[in-house]
Design a protein. Structure first.
Length: 175
């Protein structure tokens, strides 16, 4: 059975969590870095994440599991495979060719959707993905993130009436 403690152990063993001096994508400096690409490319970590999410949603009436590109797609895929719930992939923008869709997968009006993400800081990019789902008829009440950097994401989600549920908060990764 997967556990939070086992996931933390895996993340540390696989150097997903690193301490030092880092410049983040936002340009902000940090004394730690959560390298989730290292996590989402590791089958044991991905399976553990999928097990934890599937366990948390087992009593819910979920129609779809969604993940924004790129980092969350492997997580959403693994959770979809584990739970047998269909997958949605949310692009950052509509593609300009082919079907011009921003959502890949079949989202029906009124579908109950959970959204997953690899890491959140303020939650802005995940909230944008949720808005795309809502604008296309989906209902999102819960969102899961593997690691919450605890820099305002939970509060931003509360304002939108959505529960953000971190599998791990970053303070749990510090020894």
């Amino acid at each position: 059975m997967a556990s939070k403690e086992y996931l933390i152990k895996l993340l540390k063993e696989n150097k997903v969590f690193e301490q030092g001096h880092f410049v983040l994508a936002s340009g902000k400096e940090s004394n730690y870095y959560v390298n989730m690409k290292r996590a989402i490319t590791n089958p044991e970590i991905l399976k553990t994440i999928a097990d934890l999410i599937t366990e948390k949603i087992s009593e819910d009436n979920i129609d779809k599991i969604a993940g924004p590109a790129l980092g969350a797609v492997p997580i959403a895929t693994a959770a979809s495979l584990e739970s047998k719930i269909p997958l949605l992939m949310i692009r950052k923008e509509k593609k300009s060719y082919g079907t011009s869709k921003q959502i890949e997968g079949e989202l029906n009006n009124g579908d109950n959707v959970i959204v997953v993400e690899d890491v959140t800081t303020t939650g802005g990019s995940l909230l944008k993905a949720i808005k795309v789902i809502q604008d296309n008829g989906g209902i999102v009440k819960r969102a899961f993130v593997v690691v919450d950097r605890q820099e305002g994401a939970k509060e931003a989600f509360e304002k939108e009436g959505i529960t953000l549920e971190p599998l791990i908060s970053v303070d749990e990764l510090f020894d």
